[in-house]
Design a protein around this ligand. Structure first.
Ligand SMILES: C=CC1=C(C)c2cc3[nH]c(cc4nc(cc5[nH]c(cc1n2)c(C)c5CCC(=O)O)C(CCC(=O)O)=C4C)c(C)c3C=C
Ligand SMILES: [Fe+2]
Length: 326
């Protein structure tokens, strides 16, 4: 039986300055899981050109987001901490609960493992806070964590490989959609994109997204048989071919014939730059400029009390089965 749980989230820059954003981008985009198979001169390009240039633009977005969110810290960090604290108070007291980030912000995975080792813990359940499996989500966490575990031979890892089709995740997300729906149609389920080449090589990400989407569409049609329910992919990076249709194209087309749209972003358990800026600011502006009138986004589950309570119960199950397979 495991005696500790470690939740792992992607991470944010330490603060919203261009210097911190640049450091974060170099770490994140320099990790081979993020781009899969980058050109051999990628590291040079990243450090000299891409990160310095992108960090200036991204830092402005981070600043805007932090100011609007009003927590005085990165939303992803704020909500990940509150989520883990909620889980800690819901599970048996013998289970130590910590959170960690892959890139940028502390605590790192090694920081958390050091604490577990100091407490005399032995078996650590590692839970990436990414519902859908992929190279950049669950595989990255497993590989980075495995490297950290090597420094602590007394600790072993019990890995939770995604939870896209876990009933608690699906039902709580659906309840959250119902709370914000108000009969709005179309509903767009906008998943984070990945390169098409990954899917061709067997990466399960698009399969997980599609299976999850099918579940949501069925549930929505049970409530409203004529509701238009669409799948799209957001946050494309660079010039290669990425999963589509793109959220920007889908939403621009909707604006030409309909007045309203409801967005759901099921790749994210917590608010972050991709939801609070790319969707809430940039996509909303695109929709309104293209003729749309009412743009609504369902918030991430974040530290929602029911979600935390039910996910805590779920995480305590010794054998979780295959949370991404039907
Ligand atoms: C380079 C390619 C990228 C892939 C592939 C990718 C996949 C991916 N990302 C998330 C979740 C998040 N990504 C976030 C930020 C972010 N992502 C990329 C690039 C790729 N993501 C970049 C360059 C950035 C940095 C911000 C920017 O400059 O645009 C975040 C936000 C972090 C925050 O601080 O708020 C999250 C969360 C998923 C789930 C995913 C694949 C499925
Ligand atoms: Fe991303």
């Amino acid at each position: 039986m495991f005696d500790a749980i470690l939740f792992v989230q992607l991470g944010s820059p330490e603060d919203a300055t261009p210097k911190s954003v640049e450091k974060y981008l170099v770490e994140f985009l320099g990790d081979w899981h993020t781009l899969g198979n980058p050109p051999f001169f990628w590291n040079w390009l990243l450090k000299r050109i891409i990160a310095p240039k992108r960090s200036v633009k991204s830092a402005c977005k981070y600043q805007e987001m932090v100011q609007k969110a009003g927590f005085g810290e990165m939303p992803l960090v704020y909500y990940t901490r509150r989520f883990a604290e909620g889980i800690a108070s819901a599970v048996e007291s013998r289970i130590a609960v910590r959170y960690a980030f892959e890139f940028g912000t502390k605590p790192s995975i090694s920081d958390a493992l050091q604490e577990f080792a100091d407490f005399g813990k032995k078996k650590i359940r590692v839970v990436p806070l990414f519902p859908q499996r992929s190279l950049v989500t669950t595989v990255a966490v497993r590989d980075i964590a495995a490297a950290c575990f090597q420094k602590f031979p007394q600790l072993s890892m019990d890995f939770v490989d995604g939870f896209a089709l876990n009933p608690v995740w699906l039902e709580e997300t659906f309840q959250n959609v119902l709370r914000h729906w108000n009969g709005i149609s179309p509903i767009v389920f906008s998943f984070h994109g990945t390169p098409v080449a990954w899917a061709k090589k067997g990466d399960p990400y698009s399969r997980d997204c599609e299976a999850e989407f099918d579940w949501f569409r069925k549930k929505i049609r049970e409530v409203s048989p004529n509701a238009e329910v669409l799948l799209s992919y957001q946050s494309r990076f660079g010039h290669g071919k990425w999963l589509g249709p793109f959220t920007t194209d889908v939403v621009a087309q909707i604006a030409q014939k309909q007045k309203e749209v409801l967005l759901v972003c099921p790749s994210f358990t917590a608010e972050n730059l991709e939801t609070l800026h790319e969707i809430d600011v940039e996509l909303r502006n695109l929709f309104l400029a293209a003729g749309g009138q009412r743009f609504t986004r369902v918030p991430c589950l974040n530290d929602d009390a029911n979600w935390v309570k039910r996910f805590a119960e779920e995480m305590m199950r010794e054998n979780l089965g295959s949370p991404c397979e039907k």
